[in-house]
Structure formats: structure tokens, C-alpha cells
Ligand binder design. Structure first.
Ligand SMILES: Cc1ncc(COP(=O)(O)O)c(C=O)c1O
Length: 413
């Protein structure tokens, strides 16, 4: 589905919503969310034991999590808080994996009591989990996060499987980690890897899958047999919308990694479950951030469209230099002036989009596209800005308020 056409087709609903709910506001489209999930299931259907654990960090709005649960998608959680949400919506513990390089005792305790897989990130954590599990008399179900030393060719700040990364156990030490865990009363279930986000080439995924396969084979030889291989998330999405994106399709991803996993099964006579943990490619294009034009400003050097959303609402442009396409819902014609779309925070880096040919007037509504992932979930109250509303357009075109805009009273609690 073409997102721009889709949004323009929903323009009237969106402008209507804003008569009731002020900007900035996040809007999510259930239809697109479902389509994104289906693309994964279609691409991987030839592999019987395929499972998705959606990365909650991308967007933990509870309604989004519930929709995904109903589509048979589990959860990759990275904190006691995300685990709390997964439990709250009654996800089965088999469908939850708890990953973090720094798990709190509270998080470990909660995961042990719940019975989900705990994805161990370091050698000391083996001892910590062993100790806490003995105190509460629970047998841990575990996997290990492995750092395979693979360059994902993405932004440095979202590369997670390179040598110096804080995440995981180096692949050269994997066997020792499993052997140590084998001496404890652990149920060893799987192996995990996540090399980064917004990945647009197949090679890093292939290299990751090959390195993990090799470890699974070595473990088998050492008498440790695994039930699942989790290759993390990372599939990139098209933020540019100008026809130049040459990232991966879901089929490209499946065609790249399935032969490696199938080969592993064949060689070891295994039938491992293959898990992926997509975040961005599930919710990214599902959401937009609507923001109102407060004023137009022309200085001798630059021109600005001043909007009422800032990096407190969407931090990706300021933090990752990320590009988000911005559409004026009131006027889609291309202007001949070039503007920076500025947020309204007291920070020079608070620019939502640089060098844009947008025609805009005061009170026009701008839609910042592809804001569904790492958007609201990274919101803050910086400059005492209330957090925006979150609204869902359901698949039958109903408007459902998922979260009211935060009130000023919340700022002084
Ligand atoms: C462990 C883990 N799994 C999955 C994801 C999701 O990645 P993406 O949103 O790129 O699919 C992340 C994101 O950083 C992650 O840290």
C-alpha cells in the first residue's frame, strides 16, 4: 500500500480528529499494522516453526500490543516495565523473551515468576540469575544474546552487534557461556542475536545467521541442543518515499536467512523454531505525528516553518539525524521555497526536517510520516511539554482514542 496516498485518502478524518484533539498527536492505522504483520507471515510461511516477538520498545501503546497479540505475535521486552505490559495483556509466557544488558533484580524476579525466556547478556548474569532463581525456587528458562561481530551498515547509534557493543556475549565465548549455564539448574532453550536497526542490505543478516548456525552446531557437538534460534529485528523501512529506497523486502529477508536455518536443521536433524523480533518494520509506517504550523519565519539566511511538535515528541531527527517525510495535509502542492521545519523546543537541534520544499501557512496541519516506531515510546516532557495524544484509526475506520493528551496537571504532580 502506498502510504502517502493512504494518508491523503484519510485527510478528512485526520483534520476532523484535530478539531477535537489538539496537536501534536500521534495517529496509528490498524490496517497498515495488520498488513505489516501479514507480510512477515507470508514471507516466512514455508518455514513451519516461525514466530514473531514484536520489539515492544518500538511502540508499547497497549492497544497496539493487544492488536499484535491477537495476530499471534509475541513480545521482545527489555525492561521490567515492558514485561509488566506483556503480562497485563495476558501474553503467554512462551511468547515473551526478556532481553537487556542490565536487568534489574526486579525484572529478573518478575521474569522468573512469569516463566518467560530470559535472554542472558553476560557471564556475571548467569550467576545472578542462578542466585535469584534459588531464592524464589524457580527454574530459569534461558537463552543467550550473542554478539556476532557483524557490521549492519546502519547509523552507528543503532548498530548493536559490532565488536565494541555493550550488548551480548562475544561469539568466541559463546560455548563457554552455555557450558557454565549447563552446570546450573537452567532450562537452556535457545540462542539470540540482534545486530542493529534500519538495515537495508541482506549480507549482514546472512553473516549473522551463518555465525549463529556455527555456534548452534558447536553446541550440538558439545551435547547442548537448542529449541530456538532468534535472529532479532532490524529490517529497514522506506523513510524517503522518493523512489530511491533500495532496502529489503520481507521476501528478501526470508530468502536470505531461511536456507541457512534449513541447512542447520538438515545437518543436525533439528526442527528449530525460528524467531524474529521486528519493531520498526511492524509499526514504523503505521503511525504519523500531526503537528500544527505556528508561524512562518524568514531570516536573511534561512526560512523556517515553526511547528508545535519538537524532539520531546519525536526525537529521531535530533538523535539519529533521521529523515522523516513531512506532508502538509492542507496543501500538498510543492512550493518553491525551502524551509527547515523547526520544533518549538529551546534547542538548536530541534529540527524535524531540514531543507524541505513545503508550502505552508499558519494553522496548516503537517503530517510527519513513519513516526509509529521509536516515536511516542521515546517521548519526554522536556521543556514541560505535555505528551501528545495517541489515536487509532481502526480497520473499520472508527476513531479510537488510545491515550488522551497529557494534562498540565500531570506536570506538577
Ligand atoms: C534486542 C532487540 N530486538 C529487536 C529490536 C527491534 O529492532 P527493529 O526495530 O530494527 O526491528 C531491537 C531494537 O533495537 C532490539 O534491541
Amino acid at each position: 500500500m502506498n502510504i502517502i496516498t493512504y494518508i491523503i485518502r484519510h485527510k478528512e478524518i485526520l483534520l476532523e480528529i484535530l478539531e477535537k484533539f489538539r496537536t501534536p498527536a500521534y495517529i496509528y492505522f490498524e490496517e497498515i499494522l495488520q498488513e505489516n504483520v501479514q507480510k512477515y507471515f507470508d514471507a516466512f510461511k514455508r518455514y513451519g516453526k516461525f514466530k514473531m516477538m514484536y520489539a515492544y520498545k518500538a511502540n508499547t501503546n497497549i492497544e497496539i500490543c493487544k492488536i499484535l497479540k491477537n495476530l499471534n505475535v509475541g513480545a521482545d521486552v527489555v525492561s521490567a516495565g515492558e514485561l509488566h505490559i506483556a503480562k497485563h495483556i495476558n501474553l503467554n509466557s512462551r511468547d515473551v523473551i526478556f532481553t537487556s544488558n542490565g536487568k534489574t533484580d526486579e525484572g529478573i524476579d518478575s521474569a522468573l515468576n512469569f516463566g518467560c525466556t530470559i535472554n542472558i547478556d553476560g557471564f556475571e548474569e548467569i550467576e545472578i540469575i542462578d542466585e535469584i532463581s534459588k531464592q524464589i525456587n524457580k527454574r530459569p528458562k534461558v537463552s543467550f544474546r550473542i554478539n556476532p561481530e557483524v557490521n549492519p551498515h546502519t547509523h552507528d547509534k543503532i548498530a548493536t552487534g559490532v565488536k565494541e557493543s555493550k550488548f551480548g556475549i562475544n561469539f568466541k565465548e559463546a560455548l563457554n557461556a552455555y557450558k557454565l549455564a549447563g552446570q546450573k539448574n537452567f532450562e537452556i532453550l535457545g540462542i539470540h542475536c540482534h545486530i542493529g536497526s534500519q538495515i537495508t542490505e541482506i549480507e549482514p543478516f546472512v553473516e549473522e545467521a551463518k555465525k549463529i548456525s556455527k555456534i548452534v552446531t558447536d553446541l550440538h557437538k558439545a551435547g547442548i541442543n537448542l529449541k530456538f534460534v532468534d535472529l532479532g529485528g532490524g529490517l529497514g523501512i522506506d523513510y524517503l518515499h522518493n523512489g530511491s529506497y533500495n532496502g529489503l523486502s520481507h521476501n528478501d529477508l526470508a530468502n536470505g536467512i531461511l536456507p541457512i536455518v534449513e541447512n542447520l536443521n538438515k545437518n543436525l536433524r533439528y526442527d528449530v523454531e525460528l524467531i524474529l523480533e521486528p519493531g520498526r518494520s511492524i509499526v514504523g509506517n503505521t503511525g504519523i505525528l500531526l503537528t500544527k504550523v505556528l508561524s512562518i519565519k524568514r531570516t536573511p539566511y534561512k526560512k523556517f516553518i515553526n511547528a508545535d511538535a519538537g524532539f520531546n515528541d519525536l526525537i529521531r531527527p535530533a538523535m539519529y539525524d533521521a529523515y522523516h517525510k513531512i506532508l502538509n495535509l492542507n496543501d500538498q502542492s510543492e512550493g518553491d521555497e525551502i524551509f527547515d521545519v523547526a520544533g518549538n523546543l529551546c534547542e538548536s537541534c530541534d529540527i524535524l526536517g531540514r531543507g524541505r520544499k513545503i508550502k505552508a501557512n499558519r494553522n496548516d496541519i503537517l503530517a510527519v510520516l513513519d513516526a509509529g516506531a521509536y516515536g511516542f515510546s521515546m517521548c519526554s516532557n522536556y521543556n514541560s511539554m505535555p505528551k501528545p495524544a495517541e489515536i487509532l484509526i481502526t480497520k473499520d475506520k472508527k476513531v479510537k482514542v488510545l491515550r488522551e493528551r497529557e494534562k498540565f496537571s500531570a506536570l506538577i504532580k
